[in-house]
Design a protein around this ligand. Sequence first.
Ligand SMILES: O=C(O)CCC(=O)C(=O)O
Ligand SMILES: [Fe+2]
Length: 208
Amino acid sequence: MAMHLQGSLFDQTDELHLSPLNPMRRTALGAGAWIDLLPGWLGGADALFDRLAAEVPWRAERRQMYEHVVDVPRLLASYRAGDPLPHPILDEARDALSAHYAAELGEPFTTAGLCYYRDGRDSVAWHGDKIGRGAREDTMVAILSVGAPRDLLLRPCRGGDTVRRPLGHGDLIVMGGSCQRTWEHAIPKTARAAGPRISIQFRPHGVN
Ligand SMILES: O=C(O)CCC(=O)C(=O)O
Ligand SMILES: [Fe+2]
């Protein structure tokens, strides 16, 4: 009896669901860059973390660094436009973002990149997403975070104060405007105890 009650309470509070995007709050960063933030956008995010951690075909990459080949300090998975995403709630998330930003972005989010930071030693170094069109055009990159929070840092390319946003447990951040070419972002390594985090990045076609 007690088990049943616990089970049903768990189901009610932990059900995967996306809340409306309207309460999103925008912060102008300067130089034409901005971030939109919606903490706890995805309810039941920790259950999604467990599913993705177990079921996504994660890729470990190695990269040339000067004369050495080193491990990329995170696991990766990429989904092109039209590829089935690893969980239907992610299709729902992408479509909700596309609808919400349709007028401002003028095109839908089509691709998804996943990063799995296993612990505080995993990281991503300072960069802008400007291999593609982000180097020349205003665009958007939307990131949904599940699992334990890690700090996302942003800093202006020309120098200036760093902005820090802890992201996990279903939080949404959208980097927009000139953010990919006038600002850089990073997930720094941390010596503090850090649980595992997965980020899901939605981008328009040709942005990466
Ligand atoms: O994990 C994150 O939130 C950031 C990932 C990122 O910047 C990237 O993959 O380009
Ligand atoms: Fe990035």
